[in-house]
Design a protein around this ligand. Structure first.
Ligand code: HEC
Length: 149
């Protein structure tokens, strides 16, 4: 019992010291703590979890051509609510219960420094087309559809 209260006192003490220092990890520190296992220290997707057993490759966040398809809001949504919320793989976990909204915003800024990219709506369109999520443009009308109308 005594050791328990001692432990509690120590935890309280440590907690207050932490709060007094106003410890606030930088986006880079958060990245190196929470994201590194999958996205790798450089963000190139080569974290230790990137093995053949993982059905989806953690995204290479340094690939500017690919990453340009994501607007800041897309990244905020994916990081907060997980890949599933953005029609991506749920293997990308949600962080909304772990990180504050501000920390997530800062992570998006950090990801922009990794990809050296800005959002490009054309890149998004190209990606959705490749995924078959956009109807192909300028296609000849389907004669069958015409007769069935
Ligand atoms: C368990 C592995 C894992 C961890 C940990 C992880 N990710 Fe991901 N992440 C993924 C995978 C897999 C994808 C690709 C999903 C897809 O393409 O379907 C992804 C995609 C992304 C994308 C691109 C998709 C988008 O909509 O923007 C960003 C940005 C991202 N992750 C940021 C992060 C950040 C920041 C962290 C840490 C807070 C993190 N990830 C932690 C696995 C992970």
């Amino acid at each position: 019992m005594r050791s328990l209260s001692l432990l509690a006192a120590l935890v309280l003490l440590a907690g207050s010291a932490w709060a007094q220092e106003g410890f606030r990890p930088t986006a880079e520190q958060n990245f190196l703590w929470y994201c590194i296992q999958c996205h790798g220290p450089k963000g190139d997707g080569k974290g230790v979890n990137n093995t053949a057993k993982l059905p989806v490759t953690p995204r290479n966040l340094t690939d500017g051509r690919d990453m340009a398809q994501f607007a800041d809001e897309d990244m905020v949504r994916t990081i907060t609510r997980g890949g599933g919320a953005s029609d991506l793989s749920p293997i990308m976990p949600p962080w909304g219960n772990t990180l504050s909204a501000e920390e997530i915003r800062d992570l998006v800024t950090h990801v922009r420094t990794l990809c050296k990219c800005q959002f490009d709506p054309k890149a998004k369109e190209r990606f959705l087309k490749e995924q078959g999520k956009l109807p192909p443009q300028n296609q000849a009308p389907d004669p069958m559809k015409e007769t069935l109308r």
